[in-house]
Design a protein around this ligand. Structure first.
Ligand SMILES: Cc1ncc(COP(=O)(O)O)c(C=O)c1O
Length: 436
């Protein structure tokens, strides 16, 4: 078994704890082992002790091209040698990026930029309430849409809290928690009953079109179409939260793949290959309610909105997708990975389900395709994390945490996939032997 040196990471982690609660700046980053990464390059990341890992965590998904992609870096440097932020009017970079997004994303007649996915979902929901004059929101158990009070409930709920009142944080406003209703993914009857039980009260339904925050739970045929129809029927806005799926699965988002057009779309992550920018987009009649247009009555603001770094990075990322077969390549490698893992399972007689779409995959240790968060309670969480820890010891970085997804980028090579498959086979053999 491989053993990695982590002394320098441990020292830095201990120092970080002196200044920062838990030593990390996002709660989900506090994972064991506490590796501190210092260098990133394409498909690889290096920790403070010099260990190299093939990175499939991809910082939760932004790196669709790979870390420090040369073209994106070049365009960002070019931009910041000329410009930064003015806080008045617009910029050539904002206009160029807006044009691209409106051209590629089916639901985007108009777009506005902000800095994080949480801001984008907040704006989309507040706009929905303003437009409909209604208060309630529907989300799905297991979906994550950011940290704010409107949506931070029923995310990774404990088994006994599934579907129940499960706020994600102390200090949340009761009114916000109680006006967010929770449904079961892939269950259109549940959604319809919820609309019926709250007549004229639901402003919007927000959904990750693929449940990537719990790995990869796919919408069953007809589910997204059914949501579209129910929202239209009951006068609610349909919000696709494409913060993960947007640009990773298609330059037009998963809505383009699925052929379903929501009223509003939120985007982030892969939009700028790791640089901070996010967006909310939608129909012109809705977007013009934002007070960026004189007379608009829905507040939209942010000191750093449209900063040159994020906009230049996003233009460069989308240009890469326009000019190269980025998706074809990462989808091919994704399929090779999934098939390779299935073959290994068959060879070793392991019962597991390899889920995925395009460049994203995960192996659940359960027998059948999961259709919702409840189904994932069958996953062997202990094995799931042990498997990831053992891969980490071999230089494969997947977040050692239950029901997390993995990402392939344009920088990963066939050799990376082959090496990963070899490690997966070795690790599964080892785990099989040790667990009898
Ligand atoms: C689907 C989805 N929406 C929204 C967010 C929030 O984005 P951010 O962390 O940039 O605020 C995330 C973050 O993981 C996400 O996965």
């Amino acid at each position: 078994m491989a053993v990695i040196q982590t002394n320098k990471s441990a020292m830095l982690y201990s120092e970080a704890n002196q200044y920062t609660p838990g030593g990390v700046h996002t709660s989900i980053r506090n994972v064991d082992p506490h590796l501190i990464f210092t260098t990133a390059d394409g498909a690889y990341i290096y920790d403070a002790d010099g260990n190299r890992y093939i990175d499939y965590q991809a910082a939760f998904g932004p790196f669709v091209l790979g870390h420090r992609h040369p073209y994106v870096t070049e365009k960002v440097i070019e931009a910041i040698q000329r410009t930064d932020l003015f806080g008045v009017g617009t910029t050539d970079l904002e206009i160029r990026l807006s044009e691209k997004i409106c051209r590629h994303v089916p639901s985007a007649d108009m777009v506005l930029f902000c800095n994080s996915g949480s801001e984008a979902t907040y704006h989309a929901i507040r706009l929905s309430r303003a437009v409909t004059g209604r208060r309630k929101l529907i989300k799905f158990q297991g979906c994550y849409h950011g940290w704010h009070d409107y949506v931070a409930r029923n995310m990774l709920s404990a088994p006994d809290m599934i579907g129940k009142r499960d706020p994600g944080s102390a200090g949340m406003m009761d009114e916000a928690v109680d006006n967010t209703l929770v449904c079961t993914f892939n269950d259109l009857d549940d959604v319809e009953q919820t609309f019926k039980a709250n007549p004229g009260e639901i402003a919007a339904l927000i959904v990750e079109p693929i449940q990537h925050n719990i790995g990869c739970v796919l919408p069953q045929p007809g589910f997204l179409q059914g949501l579209r129809e129910l929202c239209t029927q009951y006068g609610a806005l349909l919000i696709f939260d494409e913060v993960i799926t947007g640009f990773r699965h298609d330059i037009g988002g998963f809505q383009k793949v699925a052929g379903i057009t929501p009223d509003l779309t939120t985007m982030g992550k892969a939009m700028a290959n790791g640089f901070p920018i996010a967006a909310v987009a939608g129909k012109q009649s809705l977007m013009e309610r934002f007070n960026t247009k004189p007379g608009g009555d829905v507040w939209f603001a942010g000191t750093y909105n449209g900063h040159a770094v994020g906009t230049a990075a996003s233009i460069a990322t989308l240009e890469m997708m326009e000019r190269h077969n980025v998706h074809e390549y990462i989808f091919r490698l994704g399929e090779r990975m999934r098939q390779g893992i299935r073959d290994i399972h068959q060879r070793l007689g392991i019962k597991a389900y390899v889920a995925g779409f395009g460049s994203v995959w995960t192996t659940y240790f359960l027998e059948n395709e999961p259709r919702n968060y409840t189904d994932l309670m069958q996953n062997d969480a202990e094995l799931y994390v042990a498997y990831r820890r053992k891969l980490l010891e071999r230089g494969i970085f997947k977040l050692p945490m239950n029901i997390k997804r993995n990402h392939i980028s344009f920088s990963h090579t066939e050799e990376d996939i082959d090496y990963t498959l070899q490690c997966i086979e070795d690790v599964l053999k080892e785990l099989k032997e040790s667990r009898g």
